[in-house]
Design a protein around this ligand. Structure first.
Ligand code: PMP
Length: 372
């Protein structure tokens, strides 16, 4: 169709669509494919949304975010980092924050360093704004090798996009890796963007943000995963005031605002303790790791709610198709990577589903099909 703009060619969602098309034919699948919490929105957060709707808080929100949410966020951020030039604004989900970050910072032709595997949205978004994704391969252990980052930097490098704990691997960068990356970005005058949407889901070590070591780090965060509010679209971005002002200006001409009732609910969420859910996920993580470690090449996931094992035979896609044949829904690694060797599973699922999934995965690993 000749009307469609060239820039959309960067988006190829055929792989994931194929999985979901196959999945829609399954009855009661063992679903370990979904990237959202299996607990419900905490009760006080639900009540705050209803109260906001019923008391008429349904109009446009302020572009930068409602004071009820923006002010406590700003207080938290100032208390955590103590940076004099760190402002925050409320975005339409973490995704909205990512879009505005890339539109605000990347000129056409500039390079953006991503760690492969990466969250699905990163490479297409970089291309959408005319940038060039530069992928750093982190297989097989998904660690950040600072030498490789330094080698990838060119005069065109504009930003480095970091995600820890990571989707799809669940791997959490060490404090040394984070500090090294933060220092390298600062020394080379490159913007460091840190997607911290899984920061509360750290099971072994406390979360470390590069903003602790690099005052100009741009941090993207949100409420989707921590409070199971994926459909409510509330995120936030904090960083140097001039950059935040630029994003707010662009938000005015794009998303307009994050939904107002959901901002009141997010403000209530700040008062909710989700430690119980985190402990639950740590237990699920342990169960998945124990259940798969003997049969799979699997890097121990320290956070988020994903594991990223290597397919024991075939490509990632072939293995996922075989799993679908056993009613198990997982995602092939090539959705997140240049490589097609692994698969992602999400353990944000009921224990009984996790047990059924482990049983199928053990059987599949031990029974490689005869070559046709
Ligand atoms: N970043 C990462 C790493 C994610 O996994 C996701 C959601 N899957 C997002 C951003 C987007 O989250 P939101 O719902 O807040 O847009």
């Amino acid at each position: 169709m000749s009307w469609i703009a060239n820039r959309t060619a960067a988006f190829d969602s055929s792989g994931i669509r194929k999985v979901f098309n196959l999945a829609s034919q399954l009855e009661d699948p063992i679903n370990l494919s979904i990237g959202q919490p299996d607990f419900d929105v905490p009760e006080p957060v639900q009540e705050a949304l209803i109260e906001a709707v019923q008391s008429g808080k349904n109009g446009y929100a302020l572009t930068q975010g409602m004071p009820v949410l923006k002010e406590p966020l700003q207080r938290q951020i100032t208390a955590e980092y103590g940076h004099s030039d760190r402002d925050v604004f409320v975005s339409s989900g973490t995704s909205g924050g990512l879009v505005l970050t890339l539109f605000s910072l990347v000129n056409p032709g500039e390079e953006v360093i991503l760690f492969d595997p990466f969250f699905v949205m990163y490479a297409p978004l970089v291309e959408l704004v005319g940038g060039q994704p530069v992928l750093i391969d982190t297989y097989p252990d998904f660690r950040i090798d600072l030498n490789r980052v330094a080698e990838a930097i060119t005069p065109r490098t504009k930003l480095i996009l970091l995600n820890s704990p990571a989707n799809p691997t669940g791997v959490t960068a060490t404090a040394e890796e984070i500090q090294g990356l933060a220092t390298l970005a600062e020394e080379r005058d490159i913007a460091l963007v840190s997607d911290e949407i899984y920061r509360q889901f750290c099971y072994d070590e406390p979360f470390v943000s590069p903003a602790r070591f690099n005052e100009r780090t741009i941090v993207i965060d949100g409420f989707s995963k921590s409070y199971a509010m994926t459909g409510w679209r509330v995120g936030f971005v904090h960083g140097p005031a001039e950059i935040i002002d630029t994003m707010v200006k662009l938000q005015q001409y794009s998303f307009v605002c994050a939904p107002q009732p959901a901002q009141w609910a997010a403000a209530a969420a700040l008062e909710v303790n989700i430690q119980g859910s985190i402990d639950d996920y740590r237990r699920k993580r342990d169960r998945i790791y124990e259940g798969l470690r003997d049969d799979y090449d699997l890097t121990h996931p320290g956070g988020a709610f994903y594991a990223f094992p290597k397919a024991p035979w075939g490509t990632g896609t072939e293995f996922v198709e075989a799993a679908l044949g056993q009613n198990l829904l997982i995602i092939p690694g090539n959705i997140f990577s240049r490589q097609n060797t692994h698969f992602r599973l999400s353990y944000a699922a009921p224990d009984e589903v996790i047990e059924r999934g482990i049983a199928v995965l053990q059987t599949l690993a031990r029974n490689r099909p005869a070559r046709s």
